[in-house]
Ligand binder design. Structure first.
Ligand SMILES: *Cc1c(COP(=O)(O)O)cnc(C)c1O
Length: 643
């Protein structure tokens, strides 16, 4: 293995595939070897050193783990989607416009939704609600008179009546029927309020999606109306003289659709449904193609789960082209095209930064004294295996050491080996594995059984964060997120490691990382240097992770900051403090003051009975009370926080 000789920044860029998933926002600075952010790709000379930014923010008392949201990246994603649709509409001379909406469920954080409403104004970008609480957010957040609000999800009377009354506001609010039962509810509400509704229907398409959310379509899909139900809606509305209330057709074939083909097929099916509804006399004005626009998490530009084989422009061309063709052919008026891309809009804007707090590595390089002639026979055989390691006979040495190791374990279980001998055997075993690993690097052909040795011998890097809170999809559905050290990228990362979090859950591990041919089980990192922080960034986590995250082990929300680019550097627009210990305790119904009281009483008893000193009592109470106000993650020494 080379000692980092000749390792260049470009080698790190390739290793972590930064160009694949990071363009145009993330890169590495040649001079410093630090990850940099270019929040506005049109100003390529403006970049922020992410490592330096984290140190700056930490100096202001913002402890790690820290979620950094780059408002300019969000603004650029909005621009990208709108400009791609504008370009397609222009090139195809499509005679209507595009008006996107942001599905609030993807990330409901107030500052983020406010930014989307604000940055989206030039394009009259709207919001989509999938539940009553989200409807309340959408109504409050959108102040644009030309704005659009799409009301999806299951609805009760309160939801429907709120939405219908809001239709009298100066923005457009459309209620999308997701279940046939909602039809009678909406007719009743409309009569009660004297407000003629503006409605859409969500269609269950026959077209199969792909990947994890493929059950979002088909007859057994959870949401939407079948063809028979859609006809029922049309007939019923006609009977109520409300046929012109139906203005929108909606479909959503699932999230992270990694291949363009099912998207094209769904578009074709939906376009024909749209034409049919026009022909049945409905005043159709909107076609809402739902979400699903995928993010290239692994940077491979393939139809793998964590990637996509198309880009935003191709998507826009396909949407516009397909709708255009169907409407032209049928001679019906072209609708306003609505899309509900969530992931593609907000995944890129946030970076989670966490710190490696300690490591554990197997002693592969240990120099061991040779086994004595009268030592246990199993040790003799392990020593022989160790001595026999050479490139020409690796498999034999591997078999021999495995056998000695297994035998040792059996003997110990049966009581024939003492703990010291077992410990010594283990040390020889690790040293032998280390030697095999080094010899293996010189081979042109590596035997199958030795191919995953690096993974088995990988180091463990302990990180100050919770996967359950900050990357729940990495745990729940093996979602891949790009992870990169923020510093030393001009240095060869010689350690292979898996990452583990702070929770007491052995599932709190990241052991899948992006790679060229599908995920790999270890990530290359640098050996830690005493006294130097080692920061890791988890990228593209802006969609779904924040709200799906839970409080396993009572690790709460992380600190979050909104960073904006200004002329000479950056500006911290908002700081959202993460949960304190007392806040998460209150979530689970504890009353922190009572807890302090109960502990104090026990301490007083111990003092009275002479089991602790007054000093100990004071120290205990100080720790107990100040812990309540601290961050739920490992704190830097002496840190206290306000609630
Ligand atoms: C979740 C959802 C979306 C967002 O999907 P993305 O894949 O994140 O773009 C859009 N529309 C509906 C109805 C949804 O349920």
């Amino acid at each position: 293995m080379s000692e980092g000789e000749g390792w260049r920044v470009s080698d790190s860029v390739e290793l972590y595939r930064i160009e694949g998933w990071g363009q145009p926002y993330f890169g590495v600075d040649e001079e410093t070897g630090h990850v940099v952010v270019r929040p506005d790709p049109r100003q390529a000379d403006r970049q922020l050193d992410l490592f330096a930014l984290v140190q700056d923010l930490a100096a202001r008392g913002l402890e790690l783990p820290l979620l950094i949201r780059f408002s300019d990246v969000l603004r650029d994603r909005l621009r990208l989607i709108n400009e791609c649709f504008a370009k397609a509409i222009d090139e195809y001379s499509y005679p209507n416009r595009y008006q996107g909406v942001y599905p609030v469920k993807v990330n409901q954080q107030k500052h983020l939704v406010d930014e989307i409403a604000d940055y989206g104004r030039p394009w009259a970008f709207g919001l989509e609600a999938g539940s009553k609480p989200e409807l309340l957010i959408a109504l409050a957040a959108s102040s644009d008179p030309s704005g659009l609000i799409i009301c999806n999800g299951y609805k009760d009377e309160g939801y429907l009546e709120t939405a219908l009354i809001a239709q009298r506001f100066d923005k457009t609010v459309i209620v999308v029927l997701e279940r046939i039962e909602e039809l009678e509810m909406v007719i009743a509400a409309s009569k009660k309020l004297g407000i003629k509704p503006m409605l859409g229907v969500r269609a269950k398409l026959m077209t199969k999606g792909v990947g994890r959310w493929s059950t979002s379509t088909g007859q057994r899909a959870k949401f939407g109306l079948t063809a028979a139900e859609i006809v029922e809606v049309v007939d019923r509305l006609a009977a109520e003289d409300l046929l012109d209330s139906l203005v929108l057709l909606h479909f959503h074939i699932g999230s992270q659709i990694s291949s363009i083909l099912p998207i094209k097929n769904a578009l074709r099916e939906a376009s024909h449904l749209f034409v049919e509804l026009c022909n049945m006399g409905c005043s159709m004005r909107y076609l809402d193609v739902g979400g699903g626009l995928a993010v290239d998490y692994d940077g491979s530009k393939t139809s793998a789960h964590s990637s996509r084989n198309y880009d935003v422009q191709e998507y826009a061309y396909d949407v516009v082209g397909t709708v255009q063709e169907a409407c032209d052919k049928a001679g019906v008026a072209h609708p306003t095209i609505v899309s509900e891309s969530g992931r593609a809009l907000v995944a890129h804007q946030s970076v989670l930064v966490f710190e490696v707090v300690s490591t554990s590595e197997f002693p592969l390089d240990a120099e061991l004294p040779p086994v004595e002639a009268d030592a246990h026979e199993v040790l003799q055989r392990a020593q022989e295996a160790l001595d026999a390691v050479e490139p020409g006979a690796l498999q034999e040495a591997w078999h021999d050491i495995q056998q000695a190791h297994n035998e040792g374990q059996t003997l110990f279980k049966l009581g024939y080996l003492d703990l010291r001998t077992r410990a010594r055997l283990e040390r020889i075993y690790w040293a032998c594995c280390g030697r095999i690993l080094r010899a293996k690097a010189q081979l042109d052909y590596v035997p199958e059984e030795l191919s995953d040795l690096e993974e088995r011998l990988a180091a463990i890097y302990y990180c100050n964060f919770s996967i359950f809170q900050s990357a729940p999809d990495a745990w729940a559905i093996d979602q891949l997120f790009p992870i990169v050290p923020l510093q030393r990228l001009d240095e060869e990362p010689t350690v292979r490691a898996t990452l583990v979090d702070l929770t007491c859950d052995s599932d709190g591990t990241i052991d899948q990382f992006i790679d060229v041919d599908g995920p790999k089980k270890v990530i290359e990192v640098h050996p830690m240097r005493p006294g130097e922080p080692y920061y890791m960034g988890m990228f593209l986590g802006g969609a779904y992770q924040e709200i799906l995250g839970d409080m396993h082990n009572l690790f709460g929300d992380t600190n979050a900051v909104h960073v904006e680019l200004v002329r000479h550097g950056y500006h911290v627009a908002h700081v959202v403090k993460g949960d304190s210990v007392s806040k998460v305790l209150k979530y689970v119904q504890y009353v922190p003051d009572d807890m302090v009281e109960r502990v104090r009483r026990q301490a007083e008893r111990a003092l009275r009975n002479g089991r602790i000193s007054l000093d100990n009592l004071r120290l205990l109470m100080r720790h107990y009370e100040s812990s309540l106000h601290q961050y739920t993650y490992l704190a830097a020494a002496g840190e206290e926080r306000e609630e």
